[in-house]
Design a protein around this ligand. Sequence first.
Ligand code: GN1
Ligand code: MG
Length: 362
Amino acid sequence: MYDVLKAIGEKFRLPGELYSYEVITMGNINSTYKVTYTKPDGSLKSYLFQKVNTHVFKSPVEIMENIDRVTSHIRDKYPEQITLHYHHTDDGLNYYICGDSAFWRVVNYVDSVTFNASEDLSIIEATGKAFGEFQNRLSDLDGAVLHETIPDFHNTKKRLDTLFEHVSDDPCGRAADAKKEIEYLASVREKAGELSVMFANGEIPKRVTHNDTKCNNVLFDRVTKEPIVVIDLDTIMPGMSMYDFADAVRFIANTAVEDEPDTSKVFFDTAKFRAFANGFIGATKDALESVEIENLVKATFSITIELVSRFLDDYITGDKYFRCTYPKHNLVRTRCQLQLAKDIERKWDELSWIVRDVADNV
Ligand code: GN1
Ligand code: MG
């Protein structure tokens, strides 16, 4: 790997000598390395090198164009803030396609801390604020200039339709392993798809959204514990604001990890939901329409069902999309997220009440 990284660093004209590298295991899709250089003056400087998964991201050049638009928009509006800066090659491109068609990019490393989970409600509230403000910063960027890099990425109805097609094709003979899960999905299929149908019909505003709002996509200052910058801009596209909220709480308010095998540990924590809602709604309430606030709970349920369908679809079709570290990993993820969706369903009224209370008081 050393030689590959060294060659990539040369393409991006990084000054100095490669000093060390480490693999960053966070993320289910791309391969990421933290690479440190000794600068000519002897000091150390780190970068993130990323090999983009082109099976998932079929139009990586368009992604890099989106990232360029978004980061320069934010940089122009808020020049004093830390933004992501992608390095360019001699050809003036912010990516490099290596001989074997590997797609590489290099971004500045921001010294920071991230949270995969947090019991600290103030960190959760700050995460909500960071994602809400991120959306605000992009509210005057015309979504039409962005490529839809993964068409129908958060089209829940379509995700479910695809799953049920694959369940009936059953290409790997695995559908029988998930009989109960498939039955449950069939029972909530219509309800979970409703918002995506309303969005397609123009009944929900189209905004520039992040689309992958896991809390570990916010970098925090190690000392002040204030958010520094939102990362992972691969899926920025026009979308529903409430799905950014929803995907974030799906992840942060889970009492267990996303792929917890023991589903008796999986609950949806309403105090964490409230903390995130405080931050997110507080930051966006002037921009959000009532249809967006009123449907935050339904969005939370829907995106959780969507991810259940995506994990299960990947299991049924042979584990080609999400990185799996053991056999049946996708089935374990499916069951965990399904348990979470059921708990959200159970707590629906309480969560709706929390949203109303927060919206009235922030
Ligand atoms: C993938 O690799 P990561 O963590 O950035 C996926 C998200 C899922 C998430 C589930 C492009 O994100 O949509 O919510 O896994 N990203 C893509 O952990 O499919
Ligand atoms: Mg991502």
